[in-house]
Design a protein around this ligand. Structure first.
Ligand SMILES: NC(=O)NC(NC(N)=O)C(=O)[O-]
Ligand SMILES: [Zn+2]
Ligand SMILES: [Zn+2]
Length: 454
């Protein structure tokens, strides 16, 4: 591929996302930054013999996808995933920046020292730019500021068992202390919003059936947690709070009211909650297991409505893989299997396939998958948009082409995924990181991702 590895001076296309419109334009790039945008009248036929200017033709040219929720799991559980494989898969899916989650790696990212271990492990292995979440665990209040000073974007906490013992959950008092500790720093506190449910016993339920798992983690668990977020957010007025992987649409009125009242709350949902359906999940199909669980189609329609009205701000993957022995679809039951869904490479196509069918357009999709996650990460002045002085992080994709998810195209380490066999619409042709073509037509250039820390 003639352009692979090239530092581009420009990209021309008939459908370049400028503001909230797809227009014919040329993006001029210098030293990895966008320095100028020239809009053209329709039909302008760009013609250049200069091979540092890329002609995207009629394909979509838009900001690289920004995925602020990925569990890379290295070091410590590198056999589950890793910096090299996760970021390579991401790049093939048009993602130019990932934010790594603080848990599942050993050590977890809960102190500056542990963050340094992670940075060392990530160094030289990242195909995309990579930022970091820290974690709030019991007793970690004093560890937060040093991590912020090093550049974590914020912290995730759990209000229920996290799935891994080295990342314990916190109670309301501990969250309260954490919010006090990060006040005035600009860092955000992200909530895994589920609380334990004493009455949700599933003693007589068949653990092979998805309905049993769903009954064991009802909407009320999310609602209860989000009521706690509501209390804390109102108490700590100016501290940013974020709800990760929202599944229940029943929480939307609480969140909507918080927003209406001017509190700095943001919410993400994920491709699996927006596109998968319990009715397609047969016994022991544990590739569909995640927490909170995937709910029914009415709930799903309401989540899309939440995106439409802006109550849900963004869509991110929550790519949370593990080794095959911990999932074993068809063998393990829903109570035994690891909870987490792998999809980092396919987010754009999964979402486009549904979003288009539901009448949403590409500028809206870009807002959900680039602009808002970049804002969450505090990077909205450099990433998530095609604009002057922004990083030239770009995905070029064909919004008409379809492809099937098969093992041979999956680039992340463990290939178990509920999307296997699905036909998706929207194919990534090339990914550009800070002006350099780093992925094109299934080929990758040298690693050039940066670690987004100080
Ligand atoms: N330990 C995890 O990776 N948990 C993740 N698992 C899911 N979502 O099923 C998450 O984000 O909570
Ligand atoms: Zn979570
Ligand atoms: Zn997660």
């Amino acid at each position: 591929m003639q352009f692979l590895g090239k530092n581009l001076e420009g990209i021309y296309g008939e459908r370049v996302l400028i503001g909230d419109e797809l227009v014919p334009a040329t993006i001029i790039i210098s030293n990895g930054k966008i320095t100028e945008i020239q809009r053209h009248v329709s039909g302008y036929n760009f013609c250049s013999s200069d091979d540092s200017v890329f002609n995207a033709g009629n394909n979509v040219v838009m900001p690289g996808i920004f995925d602020s929720h990925v569990h890379i799991n290295e070091p410590g559980r590198t056999e589950w995933e890793g910096f090299f494989t996760a970021t390579k898969a991401a790049l093939a899916g048009g993602i130019t920046t990932i934010i790594d989650m603080p848990l599942n790696s050993i050590p977890p990212t809960t102190t500056l020292e542990n963050l340094e271990v992670k940075l060392k492990a990530a160094n030289g292995k990242c195909h995309t730019d990579l930022g970091f979440w820290g974690g709030v665990v019991p007793g970690s209040t004093d560890s937060l500021k040093p991590m912020i000073n090093k550049g974590v974007i914020g912290f995730k906490c759990f209000l229920i068992h996290s799935g891994v013992d080295e990342f314990p959950c916190v109670n309301e008092d501990e969250v309260d202390r954490a919010l006090n500790a990060i006040k005035g720093t600009g860092a955000v506190l992200a909530f895994h919003a589920e609380t334990d449910c004493g009455s949700c016993t599933t003693d007589n339920a068949d653990p092979n059936q998805y309905s049993s798992f769903l009954a064991s983690r009802p909407d009320e668990m999310e609602l209860d947690a989000i009521k706690m977020v509501d209390r804390l957010c109102r108490k700590h007025k100016n501290v940013r709070c974020h709800i990760v992987h929202l599944s229940t649409a029943r929480a939307l009125p609480i969140i909507s009211k918080l927003k209406e009242d001017g509190f700095p709350i943001t919410v993400e949902s994920c491709p699996h909650y927006l596109t998968l359906n319990p009715q397609e999940i047969s016994d022991k199909q544990t590739q569909f297991k995640c927490c909170p669980p995937i709910r029914d189609s009415n709930n799903q329609n309401e989540l899309w409505n939440g995106l439409k009205t802006g109550v849900i701000d963004m869509i991110v993957s929550d790519h949370s893989p593990c080794t095959a022995d911990l999932k074993q679809p068809g063998e393990k039951n829903f109570m035994e299997a690891w909870g987490g869904i792998s999809s980092v490479q396919f987010g754009l196509s999964i979402i486009w396939s549904q979003a288009e069918a539901r009448g949403f357009n590409i500028p809206t999709l870009s807002r959900w998958m680039s602009q808002e996650p970049a804002r969450l990460a505090g990077m909205s002045n450099v990433k998530g948009k095609l604009d002057i002085n922004y990083d030239a992080d770009i995905v070029i994709w064909n919004d008409e082409e379809t492809f099937q998810v098969t093992d041979d195209i999956i680039l992340y380490r463990n290939k178990i995924t509920p999307y296997k066999g699905k036909l998706l619409k929207g194919k990534v042709l090339a990914t550009i990181l800070r002006g350099q073509i780093v992925y094109a037509e299934n080929n990758f250039s040298n690693i050039s991702g940066r670690l987004l820390v100080k």
